[in-house]
Design a protein around this ligand. Structure first.
Ligand SMILES: Cc1cc2nc3c(=O)[nH]c(=O)nc-3n(C[C@H](O)[C@H](O)[C@H](O)COP(=O)(O)OP(=O)(O)OC[C@H]3O[C@@H](n4cnc5c(N)ncnc54)[C@H](O)[C@@H]3O)c2cc1C
Length: 719
């Protein structure tokens, strides 16, 4: 039986199973299959329904669309979020964006220049003394040696706008119920974003998932049922999908409560632009404490984060007028143009969902729905976008009939450990951020403990006005530590605190922005891959919270190392591309990278044959060492005939002492690397394979795609 026949047979075998219904309160009701024919008379079965039009849901839609998978997106709000929220886009996410029709380059063009956001500044007020400043960009960050692109600073709502525009450019329509698109579209064809539509219940059978969706039309609350083969919960930290299917979160809740104040002030922007440009400003003075995020100094767009202690404090304590006063206390001088746009409370958690996939591999959680981290280090949205990148090609492989549905289970196997690691890293980074106020005599853990005592201890019996007065009193005593009388070099306590602060900044022990080793170096140990022979699967190193450099690695599960190469068929063009560009973004295609040696050509022919058997597209890249080819016809054509899906490239060294490709990968040129559509390494052979290379490659593809029950290591034959 061919591979697609196997999948059809697999589905058939499971057809008469009962269905499961997920209700708002999380319980599961079993029903007979016989009453499950509730197909909405108008809609056909959608391949994928995405709940949530945040950055993660939108990126997933773009990726799926590229792979030719139709999807519809639901968004409960009538408009896209305008809150700036995330702003740091890490290196790996920029690599993903680089392949989305120039999105990364567009972000680079639109973002503020890097010199305006490379620093975190610690000060008594924005116009007062600077306690310290940390530059997070190192010279090597600009060299593009380990990656073809760098990190970026770009507000989440601006990113959302660009993602929506990209979707519209490829035929998606945004239905607002009130706008020109008017009515709720029927039938759904895929490529719609339905605004004002909230997923309120989920029901599954082996054949499909039915989402009940509520929306207001002409003032009336209506519902409709939308059926899809796969449903993705990309509906954020409070995920309704996660609750509906009864998946719990594990970790630490309520680390800190804060209020975000989104405001504009050109005056402040211009002042900081010329006097002390930076991304984050940590402000500590006797009247106010907060963190200012400079989203755009030129435009004067900011978000102020202020600690929030409910129930003694409530949102009315943060009216626009009060927030303006707080802003001025942190600025340290008058401003005439503060325009407060939005005031939003939020809670910091450090939690990961116990499962990412459920309901017969039909329902998946993605982004904040699956994990919620402290924003320290900017891992939240980045991890979510990389979830989507991991998931898109797997969904496409299943729907194309290339892989069985178990491929979707590898999404959880691979991505959950990454989220757990990034949670630990974000918590460490958050704690590092607390080192500065603690050194200034303002330990936030003490403030939180005092708050707990007032909430739950003896303080809770006092009238609420008195609780508030006590809390305010304690906080103002704490803030008095920041008085200029104490915090100066002539005061022994102040001078010792300032010396400790300098040490924290110099040693990189304060909040960090960049984590190259974790950003680019995360690795999947098991999943849709073949671990190295006798690979010792050890737990990943614990995060240190300090910046560590990324070291290129070609172990299975790692991201493909970047190197600049020249495509020989473009000769005499000197244009270079990244090894990442060799991986297709428009179709599910594997890439086998080999050196131009006889045994590897033999392996490549076997790979083509095995891939054909599995109906999975595979391309071969013959990577020539620098300076070994001068023309455009190096001879791979004859070696690989009759197969044609190959490309010859030659490595381009950035300097005379830069390592060759195979040395960078810590391999010999007898080896080979098989890369997945998400640029992660699925399998590699460190040395050449002797014997039946066809059988070996068949085993490799079947293991990756999940046609075998276990991922066994495949022996590299030693010469
Ligand atoms: C102050 C702050 C700063 C941050 N900074 C960074 C940073 O610099 N870098 C970074 O990577 N991350 C950062 N983050 C985290 C980042 O904002 C989130 O990780 C990101 O928004 C997650 O995207 P998402 O698409 O998963 O979820 P969301 O952005 O929350 O989107 C989910 C969408 O689903 C919709 N929805 C919810 N329920 C339903 C339903 N039942 N039916 C239909 N639609 C529904 C919501 O309305 C929402 O539009 C920060 C977060 C905060 C709070």
């Amino acid at each position: 039986m061919g591979v697609s026949g196997f999948i059809k047979g697999f589905n058939f075998l499971h057809r008469n199973k009962p269905r499961i219904r997920f209700h708002p309160y999380g319980y599961i009701q079993w029903r007979n299959f016989s009453d499950s024919k509730i197909l909405n008379g108008h809609d056909s079965l959608l391949p994928v329904l995405i709940v949530g039009a945040g950055p993660v849901g939108l990126v997933l839609s773009i990726l799926l669309n590229k792979f030719g998978v139709k999807c519809t997106v639901l968004e409960k709000n009538k408009g896209f979020s305008k809150h700036p929220q995330a702003h740091f886009i890490n290196n790996r996410t920029m690599e993903v964006f680089r392949k989305l029709d120039g999105l990364a380059e567009e972000i680079q063009r639109s973002q503020p220049p890097v010199d305006l956001w490379r620093k975190f500044i610690y000060c008594t007020s924005l116009t007062g003394s600077v306690l310290g400043s940390v530059d997070h960009m190192h010279p090597k960050d600009f060299e593009k040696v380990v990656s073809p692109i760098s990190v970026a600073h770009f507000s989440q709502y601006k990113l959302t706008r660009k993602l929506v525009k990209m979707l519209e450019n490829v035929g998606f329509r945004v239905h607002t119920l009130e706008g020109p698109e008017g009515l709720d579209p029927e039938p759904l064809k895929g490529r719609e974003i339905l605004m004002g539509h909230e997923c309120v219940s989920i029901d599954t059978t082996d054949e499909c998932v039915t989402a009940t969706v509520s929306f207001y039309k002409e003032g009336k609350l209506l519902t409709r049922k939308i059926q899809s083969k796969i449903l993705i919960g990309a509906d954020g930290a409070g995920s309704a999908v996660r609750k509906l299917v009864g998946i719990e979160l594990k970790g630490e809740k309520d680390l800190q409560k804060l209020v975000s104040v989104h405001f504009w002030s050109k005056e402040l922007g211009q002042y900081l632009l010329y006097k002390r440009p930076g991304m984050l400003f940590f402000i500590f003075n006797t009247e106010a404490i907060g963190v200012l995020v400079a989203h755009d100094l030129t435009q004067g767009e900011f978000v102020l984060q202020i600690p929030f202690y409910p129930p003694q404090q409530n949102l009315e304590d943060f009216s626009p007028e009060i927030c303006k006063k707080l802003i001025l206390k942190m600025v340290g001088q008058e401003l005439s143009d503060i325009d407060v746009i939005d005031i939003k409370p939020w809670v910091m958690h450090a939690e990961v969902a116990e499962r990412y996939v459920c309901g017969n591999n039909q329902i998946m959680l993605c982004g904040d729905a699956a994990h919620r981290f402290p924003p320290a280090g900017g891992f939240g949205m980045n991890t979510g976008i990389q979830d989507a990148h991991n998931l898109a090609w797997k969904i496409a492989s299943l729907l194309e009939g290339v892989a069985p549905s178990s491929i979707l289970a590898t999404y959880e196997t691979e991505r959950k450990p990454v989220a757990e690691f990034n949670t630990a890293l974000s918590v460490q980074n958050f704690r590092a951020a607390m080192a500065v106020p603690a050194t200034l005599g303002l330990d936030p853990t003490i403030a939180n403990s005092v708050h707990q005592v007032i909430n739950k201890g003896v303080g809770s019996i006092l009238p609420s006005g008195m609780q508030k007065a006590i809390l305010d009193g304690i906080f103002s005593i704490g803030r008095s530590q920041l008085s200029g009388l104490i915090l100066n070099e002539s005061n022994p306590l102040g001078s010792s605190r300032l010396a400790k602060l300098r040490h924290i900044f110099e040693e990189g022990k304060s909040l960090q922005l960049k984590f190259p080793a974790e950003d680019l170096g995360f690795r999947y140990l098991e999943g849709a891959l073949v671990p190295d022979n006798k690979d010792v699967v050890s737990a990943p190193e614990l995060p240190t919270g300090r910046r560590r450099d990324y070291v290129p690695c070609a172990d299975p599960g790692s991201r493909l190392p970047h190197m600049n190469v020249r495509v020989l068929s473009n000769f005499p063009s000197e244009e270079t591309i990244s090894t990442h560009d060799l991986v297709s973004v428009d179709k599910v295609e594997f890439l086998l990278i080999i050196a131009p040696v006889e045994e590897s050509y033999n392996l490549a022919r076997s790979a083509f044959k095995a891939a054909e058997e599995y109906k999975v597209s595979t391309k071969v890249c013959v990577l020539w060492p620098a300076d070994t080819v001068t023309g455009s016809q190096p001879g791979s054509k004859a070696k690989l005939a009759p197969w044609k899906n190959y490309t010859d490239v030659i490595e381009v060294k950035t300097s005379s002492d830069s390592l060759s490709w195979w040395r960078t990968c810590q391999m010999t040129e007898q080896g080979a690397i098989l890369v997945r559509p998400d640029e992660h390494i699925a399998w590699r052979s460190k040395s050449n394979i002797v014997g039946d290379t066809y059988a070996k490659m068949k085993m490799v593809f079947s293991t990756i795609l999940g046609f075998k029950s276990t991922n066994i290591g495949i022996e590299d034959s030693k010469t």
